[in-house]
Design a protein around this ligand. Structure first.
Ligand code: DC
Length: 208
């Protein structure tokens, strides 16, 4: 069995940073699955029937686009991600990515629960709402977006709510996912802790 590291968590929890550093450490390919939903959200402008069609023919090579990192793209992504048709259309690509023979790291909302429920290592990365809003606000300012911290806080609360309460693959911690709260952690600390948790899972007997 290949070694899949599933990293889930809410917006701006630090899951992307942790996942990409883990991927580099192990030499595995990394997929930020949020980008799939962001690309579909932007291309469809949030229109759900368009979104399902676009998801079915999404070119994964086109994901490296700064337009997908904006505040509006995050909001559109969360809207189209509630559609079961959109999720179904994106499933195969994610499963094939996870099947990379050596291993793979994927981050998102449903990696440990739906995309790769058999993943050997699962992390659920979180942080307080205030910390996440602050991080996302700074990131948006760095990208040149003018927005208040209060507006970003409200976005995060709305997105958490939508992502956790939808019926299709909601954001939930898998029963066997290790919890990593990065509220008080530097990136380096979060990475070291993530590595410790992954190594622990790696050394655990298979077939938990
Ligand atoms: O991780 P992110 O903020 O880039 O994700 C954007 C939105 O996409 C998020 O609010 C919900 C959705 N998403 C999802 O439903 N499932 C995933 N595996 C990844 C993202």
């Amino acid at each position: 069995m290949n070694f899949i590291i599933a990293v889930d968590g809410p917006a701006a929890s630090g899951k992307g940073t942790v996942a990409s550093v883990l991927a580099r450490h192990y030499g595995f390919p990394y997929l930020d699955t949020g980008l799939l939903y962001r690309a579909v959200g932007v291309a469809s402008a949030g229109n759900l029937s368009e979104a399902a069609k676009l998801a079915a023919r999404l070119d994964p090579a086109s994901l490296d686009n700064p337009a997908y990192r904006t505040r509006q793209a995050g909001e559109l992504a969360s809207q189209v991600a509630a559609s079961p048709e959109v999720r179904d259309a994106l499933l195969d690509f994610q499963r094939r990515f996870a099947a990379n023979p050596a291993g793979a790291v994927l981050d998102g909302r449903d990696i440990g629960t739906v995309i790769a429920p058999g993943a050997q290592a699962k992390l659920f990365v979180t942080a307080s709402t205030g910390v996440r809003a602050e991080r996302r606000w700074l990131q948006l300012l760095n990208q040149g977006e003018r927005v208040t911290k209060e507006a970003v806080f409200a976005d995060i609360v709305a997105r958490d709510n939508r992502d956790s309460h939808r019926s299709a693959a909601p954001l939930v911690r898998a029963k066997d996912a290790a919890l990593l709260d990065t509220s008080e952690m530097t990136i380096d600390h979060a990475f070291r802790e993530a590595l410790r948790l992954v190594e622990l899972a790696r050394s655990a007997p298979q077939g938990r």
